[in-house]
Design a binder for this molecule. Structure first.
Ligand SMILES: [Cu+2]
Length: 262
């Protein structure tokens, strides 16, 4: 009876006494060993108890992206995407508004965006003309059909990588969606500079991508409460503009066929 099967006969005996003698049970509960055990279990700080070991202060990562152009010219890496690969944010709020890539003035806006694996993206049409949104990328193949102003479609992205997104009517419409396994990711503004804040201290992989360059990864060290400043130069001197096929893998019809109906 006193043995609960784990061999802990003493605990079984205590339980029996707790039922039979409520006062001694109280005394037992306020004993120092019990309090210490409770303090270890209770997640908040009880008054008078020693403070828990503080977690190290987060640091931040600053990245300046430069594009090495033809003729040894360096320009700011606008639309570069920067992320800390595989790094999760402990306090990440999952209830964030969905990102969107709009169709506006026969362009995708923004032309480059970054989301996390599992995120959904809205593709609203704000133009007076119909648009189509499709991708033949291995990371995400989809065709959202033809839809009018005020309508929108949503796609969920399940795999990491770069998704190239086009419109089957307007060949000049192109967007890149970078899907990353990271809660620390940003797209560079015109300055080419990105600041990632709240980064846990430690060694991380800093990944940098640009529409004109391949992904670059480099190891960085983030110290508690410190800033890791990095400059990344991407060689884009060999980049040439490339056309793309429509969703059937064919050339787009001549511009004259782009009637006002669409
Ligand atoms: Cu279009």
């Amino acid at each position: 009876m006193c043995n609960d099967g784990t061999g802990n006969a003493l605990e079984g005996g205590k339980a029996l006494r707790m039922q039979a003698e409520p006062q001694s049970w109280l005394v037992r509960l306020t004993g120092a060993p019990v309090l210490a055990a409770l303090a270890a279990l209770i997640p908040f700080e009880a008054p008078g108890q020693p403070a828990p070991t503080p977690t190290p202060a987060p640091g931040q990562v600053r990245v300046r992206v430069l594009l090495q152009e033809v003729g040894d010219v360096r320009t700011p890496g606008i639309d570069a995407v920067v992320w800390l690969d595989g790094l999760r944010r402990p306090d990440f709020d999952p209830n964030q508004p969905r990102k969107r890539i709009s169709q506006r003035d026969k362009r995708f806006d923004p032309a480059v965006e970054v989301v996390r694996v599992g995120d959904e993206v809205d593709f609203p049409n704000f133009d007076r003309v119909f648009h189509n949104v499709f991708s033949l990328s291995e990371v995400a193949r989809f065709d959202l059909g033809l839809y009018r102003r005020g309508a929108s479609r949503t796609v969920r992205f399940e795999k990491p990588g770069v998704v190239r997104i086009y419109c089957n009517i307007h060949p000049q419409m192109a967007a890149y969606l970078v899907v990353v396994r990271s809660d620390f990711a940003a797209r560079a503004p015109a300055t080419g500079e990105v600041l990632l804040e709240g980064v846990p201290p430690g060694r991380h992989i800093l990944s940098v991508w640009h529409p004109k360059a391949e992904v670059r990864g480099l190891g960085i060290e983030v110290a508690s409460g410190q800033e890791s400043a990095n400059e990344v130069v991407l060689d884009v001197s060999g980049w040439r503009p490339q056309g793309h096929k429509n969703k059937y893998g064919k050339d787009y019809p001549p511009p004259d066929d782009d009637t006002s109906r669409y």
